[in-house]
Design a protein around this ligand. Structure first.
Ligand SMILES: [Zn+2]
Length: 170
C-alpha cells in the first residue's frame, strides 16, 4: 500500500485539530490498545497482534485485534512518537508479508524486519499525525520559538526542527 496521510483516516481527522495531538485517543479510536512496558533501551516499541500479548499479564488487547507496546523507559515525547509510528504501521502495513509472525519490533532508530521504505513511511506518518502541517503553521505564525513549539506539540525539539524545516519560508 502506498503512503497514506493520517488525515485520510476518518477516525484520526477530528483528533488533529489542536496541539498536543492526543496520541492515546488516536490509538483507541482505531481499536488499538496501548501498553507501556519497560524494555531494553535499544527497543522503541512494537505493534503486535493481541495473541502475542503476554496472557499472564491479564490484559485485553485492542478491539482491532492489535495492540501497541511502548518502551516506558524512554522519554515521554519519544513514547508519543513511537506510538504514532506504530499507528502508521497498523494503518499502512499490517498483514504484509514482512510483518513476521504478526508483529513489528522497532529498534531505537525505528528499524525493524520491515523494509527501510516501510520505516520511512511510518516515520512520515508519525510526523504528520503529531504535527499536522496546518496546525503547526497556525501556531508558528504567532511567533513561537522552536522550543515553545516542541513543548506545545509534545514532540522532541529535533522532530519539530525537521517539521519546521519543511515550512515555506523558514
Ligand atoms: Zn517501524
Amino acid at each position: 500500500m502506498a503512503y497514506r496521510s493520517p488525515k485520510t483516516v476518518p477516525e484520526l481527522r477530528s483528533l488533529m485539530m489542536e496541539p498536543p495531538i492526543d496520541i492515546f485517543d488516536a490509538a483507541n479510536a482505531l481499536g488499538l490498545a496501548v501498553f507501556k512496558s519497560p524494555m531494553e533501551n535499544n527497543i522503541s516499541g512494537k505493534l503486535v497482534q493481541n495473541h502475542l500479548i503476554d496472557a499472564s499479564a491479564g490484559v485485553a488487547g485492542g478491539t482491532s485485534g492489535w495492540s501497541i507496546i511502548v518502551n516506558s523507559a524512554h522519554p515521554y515525547v519519544r513514547q508519543r512518537f513511537t506510538i504514532a509510528h506504530e499507528i502508521g504501521h497498523f494503518i499502512m502495513h499490517r498483514g504484509e508479508e514482512d510483518m513476521v509472525d504478526g508483529e513489528v519490533v522497532d529498534d531505537q532508530f525505528y528499524r525493524s524486519n520491515m523494509s527501510d521504505e516501510r520505516e520511512v513511511e511510518a516515520n512520515k506518518f508519525a510526523a504528520n499525525l503529531l504535527m499536522p502541517l496546518d496546525v503547526v503553521m497556525r501556531s508558528y505564525m504567532t511567533g513561537k520559538s522552536i522550543n515553545e513549539m516542541a513543548s506545545l506539540f509534545e514532540v522532541s525539539r529535533e522532530a519539530m526542527e525537521i517539521r519546521l524545516g519543511k515550512l515555506p519560508g523558514s
